[in-house]
Design a protein around this ligand. Structure first.
Ligand code: CA
Length: 235
């Protein structure tokens, strides 16, 4: 068995020993775990940082796993693996209802946990495979067509890509690009979005960069992007 996709994993678990063991195990196989010991802390981290997957205990103090999963899924597309000490079918179904993508019943083997995370990671990677970003060169590949971006265009696209499929508000985008948005002019974001659209969307028949009225922008999931370069526009 190989676990080739290295992931940033948020681990939310109130049992301190279990939390330490899971994080240590994840580190040993090359993942980057971030621990949280209650539901509120986990939710705060999930909203503030970017993760490839989340391991979420069902029974948590402060805020239970279902409530945390629901809150995360209303803003993020990140896959969630729910841990449950109970094996009641009702609990498991409740977890799925609230946004868990997979579940494991305690006690579980660590290999099983890794296999499940790998499965979730691969599914997510397939979902976005038609869009690849190369941070070192500020390049994005859309259906394997390389598109060279400026630094700011790249930062904007990367911020949208992190929340792929969900709306991202203007303030978050401006912070991602300029750190201190107070120093830039009011329409700087629109100017940058237009520049990005000209390179990233205009040559393709499917437009992925969508304006969300009153909020900001959204990068459509590219999973069903049939995009061939649009010959009519190119001529
Ligand atoms: Ca627990």
């Amino acid at each position: 068995m190989s676990f080739s996709l290295k992931q940033r994993v948020l681990v939310v678990e109130d049992d301190a020993r279990m939390l330490a063991l899971v994080c240590q195990g994840l580190r040993e196989v090359g993942h980057t775990p971030m621990p949280a010991s209650d539901g509120e802390a986990g939710l705060e981290l999930a909203m503030r940082l970017t993760f490839d997957s989340i391991v979420l205990d069902l029974g948590l103090p402060a805020r239970d796993g279902c409530s945390v999963a629901r809150a995360i899924k209303s803003h993020r597309t990140v896959p969630i693996l729910m841990l449950t000490a109970r094996d009641g079918e009702e609990d498991i179904l409740r977890g799925f209802d609230h946004g868990a993508d997979d579940y494991l019943t305690k006690p579980f083997s660590f290999r099983e946990l890794l296999a499940r995370l790998d499965g979730l990671g691969r599914a997510a990677a397939r979902h976005t495979a038609r869009l690849r970003v190369d941070p070192a060169r500020q390049l994005v590949y859309r259906n394997e067509v390389p598109i060279q971006l400026t630094r700011n265009e790249y930062l904007l696209l990367a911020a949208l890509h992190r929340h792929s499929g969900s709306p991202v508000d203007r303030h978050t985008l401006m912070e991602a690009v300029w750190q201190d948005p107070r120093v830039i002019s009011a329409n700087a974001l629109e100017v940058l979005v237009n520049a990005l659209r000209a390179k990233f969307d205009a040559p393709f028949s499917t437009k992925l960069l969508v304006t969300v009225r009153g909020v900001g922008y959204r990068l459509q999931s590219s999973a069903d992007d049939p995009a061939e370069p649009d010959r009519r526009q190119a001529s």
